[in-house]
Design a protein around this ligand. Structure first.
Ligand code: FE2
Length: 300
C-alpha cells in the first residue's frame, strides 16, 4: 500500500510558490527530509481551494495556456515542468478522474482512464485527493528484483487492501513496489501529484499485470529504441542485421536484447530457423529474454 503521509496543516500556498519551492528543493523520495518537504508543499497547495479553478478559467478564456500544456493527454494537466539538469527533479500535475456518470467516461470508456488496468510505476510520486470523492484502488505489492519481467511470468502479487484517495489524503506511491487496480470514483474527482523525474527511469520497466493469473502481462513504458531497431532490421539493411546481432548479445537493456531477437525472428520464414534463434535467446544469459524465448518456442 502506498505510504499515507499524515501532515495536517492549515497553511496554503499559491501555485507559483509551490513550483518555486519544488524547483529549489527537488524531490528525493529516498531522503526523509526531502520527502517531508515535498509532501508539505503538496499539502499547502491542496489547501488552496482556488488555484486550479482559477487556472482552468484562465485557460478557457485563452490566457496563459502554454504554461499548462497537457503532455499526458486530457486526463492530466501539467502544472509545472521539471528543471532541466537538476538532480532530484520533479514536476506538479493535476490528474482528472471521471466517473461513469461523466460524458467523457461514457464516450471514451474506462480503459482510457486506466481503470481496471493494474500496474506499478517506474517512478515515485506523491498524490493528494483535491476534489471529488476520489478513485478507489485495490492495492498489491510485489518484489521487483525477483521478477525477470517477461509477459506471463508469475509476479507473486500480494493483495494488501482497497482504499479510496479521499479529499486531503496524501500518499507516496513507491516505484517498483506499489501496484494498483483503479476503480472510478462515484463522481468526477481530481488529485494533485508531485512526480519524480529520474533520467534513468526509462531503463527500468513499468508493468501491467494480469490479476487473474497473477502474472506480468505487458510492459507499459515504451522504448523508442525497440521500434527503431525493428524497423531497421525489417528494412533489410546488412548494417542493421549486424547491429541487431550485437544488441542481442550485449546491449545493457534486456528489453533491447529481446527486441533484437524479435526483429530477427520476424524476418525468418522457416520455423526451424526461428526455433534455433529463440534457442540462442534462451541461452543468452538473461532471465527475462530466456522466459520470453521459452514462450515463443512453445508457440513454434
Ligand atoms: Fe497508477
Amino acid at each position: 500500500m502506498p505510504l499515507v503521509i499524515d501532515n495536517p496543516s492549515p497553511e496554503t500556498c499559491s501555485l507559483p510558490q509551490a513550483i518555486e519551492a519544488l524547483a529549489e528543493q527537488g524531490f528525493d523520495p529516498d531522503d526523509p527530509a526531502s520527502l517531508a518537504a515535498a509532501a508539505c508543499w503538496l499539502r499547502r497547495l491542496a489547501n488552496n481551494r482556488e488555484f486550479l479553478g482559477d487556472l482552468l478559467v484562465e485557460r478557457l478564456a485563452g490566457n496563459g495556456g502554454e504554461d499548462i500544456a497537457s503532455a499526458y493527454g486530457p486526463q492530466a494537466i501539467i502544472l509545472s515542468r521539471p528543471r532541466a539538469g537538476r538532480a532530484n527533479s520533479a514536476f506538479l500535475r493535476a490528474a482528472i478522474w471521471p466517473s461513469p456518470r461523466d460524458h467523457v467516461f461514457r464516450t471514451s470508456g474506462a480503459a482510457s482512464f486506466v481503470y481496471g488496468a493494474p500496474h506499478d510505476h517506474n517512478f515515485d510520486f506523491l498524490t493528494v485527493g483535491y476534489c471529488g470523492p476520489g478513485y478507489a484502488s485495490d492495492y498489491y505489492e510485489y518484489d521487483y528484483a525477483a521478477v525477470a519481467g517477461y509477459p506471463g511470468e508469475d509476479a507473486s502479487l500480494r493483495f494488501v487492501g482497497r482504499s479510496v484517495l479521499s479529499p486531503g489524503k496524501l500518499m507516496l506511491y513507491r516505484r517498483h513496489l506499489d501496484v494498483h487496480n483503479q476503480l472510478p470514483p462515484t463522481s468526477l474527482s481530481v488529485s494533485l501529484n508531485v512526480m519524480r523525474v529520474d533520467p534513468a527511469q526509462g531503463w527500468f520497466d513499468q508493468y501491467g499485470f494480469d490479476l487473474e493469473r497473477g502474472t506480468v502481462a505487458r510492459w507499459l513504458n515504451p522504448l523508442a529504441g525497440e521500434a527503431f531497431l525493428r524497423v531497421a532490421v525489417a528494412s533489410g539493411a546488412a548494417s542493421a542485421r549486424d547491429y541487431a546481432e550485437w544488441v542481442g548479445a550485449r546491449h545493457p537493456s534486456e528489453r533491447m536484447r529481446l527486441a533484437s531477437f524479435e526483429a530477427r525472428a520476424d524476418m525468418l520464414d522457416d520455423p526451424a530457423e526461428a526455433d534455433a534463434l529463440w534457442r540462442a535467446a534462451e541461452l543468452s544469459g538473461s532471465r527475462m529474454v530466456a522466459g520470453a524465448a521459452r514462450a515463443r518456442r512453445a508457440v513454434l
